[in-house]
Design a protein around this ligand. Structure first.
Ligand code: PLP
Length: 416
């Protein structure tokens, strides 16, 4: 018998859900319940033994439903469906992207260990690393997209803690400049510092491109993380996060999630199941619109520079990396307007269709000013290295008609 391997988008309406367990309902109900009734005391005991790691799960044994901080059908179906995009063994869904990121960092780092991370990363991640992990005695080394392998190795040596390297954390393409970081190079570095007893882990925040356009697990990442608030949720109406990886690593992540209690609730899980059904059509429409918008911006006299993977010239060393790692240029565009903060603000205040708000990946187009908003926390010196100037504007392109988005940008630029 041949089995058809359906593509993820074909399975987003059905995978992991058994209608016969829910009165035949075509869609999973919202299991708005805190706890689950055990058939017998023996069954309850067996569930807890597995959930608390007191024994390994039997071959055909499924972890029974216990309590919604540990498991819940809406979350389990969602987690199973999310594994399909990244071809991961397991997934854990969280109450926010920051919950996913902080849980991963806390689980795999300990006082004395060293974290190497790319810069820029999302402001909340930067704050958690620099202000909270450092307080716990975890050392940090930062590198920039312009750093090559030898620069990074030098920074690690100079830190005096290279032997304690436990994790490399990346965000690529970087927010807000779309700078691409070489994941294979980072894996090489992780391998150089791994020993038979200790694998240096690589975690990638794939919010900007995923889960459709980039698959870090295929480039040596051990863990891939999302702010599911962005493309996965896709409607700017839910805050959530996700982490995916091997069963062995995810068991540790899920155990810490159980004790931090930062899982997503059933209603969030249900909303995300609904969002996943249209993930591919939404993201493809957003990317198609973004290509048109980027081309328009690149030809506009009031625009100095456009930061968009689809416009990286072939002669640039970022080009080969982008083509290797990404399946699409994505739907995030940043650009330098000619002038300074005053011109940038005039543009932002002049928009009529595109809304002035942070966040990204939703159905509606959004615009923001990284230097004074998402990256206000970053020092002016670091912003300079990262090309986050007062002229920079970040756009998240939505599913509106591309001509209307371009018209709005055009009239706002005319007002500058
Ligand atoms: C790249 C990236 N990672 C993580 C986060 C944090 O996600 P959340 O807001 O869902 O906690 C964000 C939020 O903007 C983000 O842009």
């Amino acid at each position: 018998m041949t089995t058809t391997k359906y593509r993820p988008e074909s399975l987003m309406m059905s995978y992991g859900y058994k209608p016969e367990l829910s009165e035949g309902a075509i869609k999973s109900p919202i299991f708005q319940t805190s706890t689950f009734v055990f058939k017998t005391a023996e069954a309850g005991k067996a569930f807890f033994e597995v959930a608390y790691g007191l024994r390994e799960k039997g071959k055909s044994e499924e972890l029974g439903l216990i309590y919604s901080r540990i498991n819940n059908p809406d979350l389990e179906i969602l987690e199973n469906r999310l594994t399909l995009w990244d071809e991961a063994e397991e997934c854990a869904v969280f109450a926010s992207g920051m919950a996913a990121i902080s849980t991963v960092l806390l689980e795999f780092l300990a006082p004395g260990s060293l974290l190497l991370h790319s810069c820029p990363v999302y402001g909340g991640t930067e704050h958690f690393i620099e202000k909270i992990l450092v307080k716990l005695g975890i050392h940090c080394v930062t590198f920039y997209p312009s750093d090559g392998k030898s620069d990074i190795l030098r920074k690690l040596r100079e830190s005096g803690h290279a032997d304690a390297l436990a994790m490399i954390f990346l965000e690529t393409p970087a927010n807000p400049t779309n700078a691409v970081i070489d994941m294979a190079m980072c894996r090489e570095i992780a391998d150089e510092f791994s020993t038979p007893e200790k694998r240096v882990l690589m975690a990638v925040d794939n919010t900007y491109m995923g889960p459709l356009w980039q698959h870090p697990l295929k480039f040596g990442a051990d863990l891939v993380i999302y702010s599911a608030t962005k493309y996965i949720g896709g409607h700017s109406d839910v805050i959530a996060g996700a982490c995916l990886g091997s069963s062995a690593l995810m068991k540790r992540v899920k155990t810490l999630r159980t004790f931090l209690g930062n899982m997503a609730g059933p209603w969030t899980g249900w909303l995300l199941l609904r969002s996943l059904e249209t993930l591919k059509v939404r993201m493809e429409c957003q990317a198609a619109n973004a290509i048109r918008v980027a081309d328009f911006l690149a030809g506009h006299p009031k625009v100095e520079k456009v930061y968009y993977p689809g416009l990286i010239p072939e002669c640039d060393k970022q080009y080969a990396m982008y083509r290797r790692q990404c399946w699409s240029p994505g739907a995030m565009i940043s650009f330098d307007i000619r002038g300074a903060e005053r011109e940038a603000f005039r543009f932002l205040n002049g928009l009529r269709l595109i809304r002035l708000a942070v966040s990204l990946g939703g159905t509606e187009s959004l615009a923001e000013h990284p230097a004074s908003m998402t990256h206000a926390d970053v020092s002016p010196e670091e912003r300079e290295v990262m090309s986050v100037s007062e002229r920079l504007i970040r756009l998240s392109i939505g599913v509106e008609n591309a001509d209307d988005i371009i018209h709005d940008i055009d009239q706002a630029l005319a007002a500058v």
